[in-house]
Write a protein that binds this ligand. Structure first.
Ligand code: CP
Ligand code: NVA
Length: 308
């Protein structure tokens, strides 16, 4: 069973295969490759369940559209409307859904819920974000980086702000795909130690630098994310903003990074909080390419999971 649960749980050769496939799928869709895209019927006769226990725009739409473009069908399910949200266990949900659908994508809270679903499902499971990780996002981000600048191996990525779920998946990717990552943010919001140590053990240079202006020097890519994630209690908002204000990505910070550095944000962005309008809409920003690339990357992920 080929689940796509985490970047660090997926063989680097498979990650590379999926990225190359995503690139090819995108080129074919845009008519840059000759002939019609050969993914049009890859999911014919297949049904994909998309389960959301948290809000979503990009993940929901890109998975839904991706399945349709490949000739399959989707069921978009809200956790709270399923028995799952009213006491039915994850193992039983996994066993039942496996009798109906060919693939399950889930956005949930605890990583353990994702792992349990995968353990008891007889069909592949894809991680559409947990409190701890967001691997589909990072596949799209790497696809985006490589489209603009070529191979990411050996490059310097700087994560600015909260060491959250998206940051953890970026750190996993550094270990798997051979790039370096500097985290800059307040100590209270450092990325999880386990991800940092694991990426270091795989040879990635993972640096923690408190000074954002120092951190972004020599960056090939600057990345940030919201200061308050969906799993963070709303009551922590003010405290988090106070801790993170010094880590806003603005023109002054991007000037330190240099004109060649790209800017990414997984979106949704809180404009003029973690990033200014001038950076979001500026020449270094590739945020909407990232959003588009969710579609192409996830099509490659689904094809890999289903061997089609
Ligand atoms: N980046 C991302 O996962 O966006 P959504 O929350 O809109 O799915
Ligand atoms: N860190 C954010 C990412 C949203 C796509 C969150 O978990 O809310």
């Amino acid at each position: 069973m080929k689940h796509f649960l985490d970047i660090n749980a997926t063989d680097p050769a498979d990650l590379r295969r999926m990225l190359d496939e995503a690139h090819r799928i995108k080129a074919a869709r845009k008519g840059q490759d000759k002939g019609v895209p050969d993914d049009e019927q890859a999911l014919a006769g297949k049904v994909v369940a998309l389960i959301f226990e948290k809000p979503s725009t990009r993940t929901r739409v890109s998975f839904d559209v991706g399945v349709r473009q490949m000739g399959g069908e989707t069921l978009v399910l809200s956790g709270s409307e399923m028995q799952l949200g009213h006491g039915e266990s994850i193992p039983d949900t996994a066993r039942v859904l496996s009798r109906y659908v060919d693939l399950i994508m889930i956005r949930t809270f605890e990583e353990s819920a994702l792992q349990e679903l995968a353990e008891f499902a007889d069909v592949p499971v894809i991680n559409g974000l947990t409190n701890r990780t967001h691997p589909c996002q990072i596949m799209a981000d790497i696809l985006t980086y490589e489209e603009h600048r070529g191979p990411i191996a050996g490059k310097k990525v700087v994560w600015v702000g909260d060491g959250n779920n998206v940051c953890a998946s970026f750190i996993h990717a550094a270990g798997q795909l051979g790039f370096d990552l500097t985290f800059t943010g307040p100590e209270r919001l450092d990325p999880e130690r386990e991800a940092v140590e694991e990426a270091r053990a795989k040879g990635a240079d993972i640096v923690i630098e408190r000074d954002p202006h120092e951190a972004v020097k020599g960056a090939d890519l600057v990345v940030t994310d919201t200061w308050v994630s969906m799993h963070d209690a709303p009551s922590t908002r003010e405290r988090r903003h106070n801790m993170l204000r010094a880590y806003q990505v603005n023109e002054r910070l991007m000037a330190q990074a240099g004109a060649e550095a790209l800017f990414m944000h997984c979106l949704p962005a809180h404009r003029n909080e973690e990033v200014t309008d001038s950076v979001m809409d500026g020449p270094q920003s590739v945020v909407f390419d990232e959003a588009e690339n969710r579609l192409h990357a996830q099509k490659a992920i689904m094809r890999w999971c289903l061997d089609v």
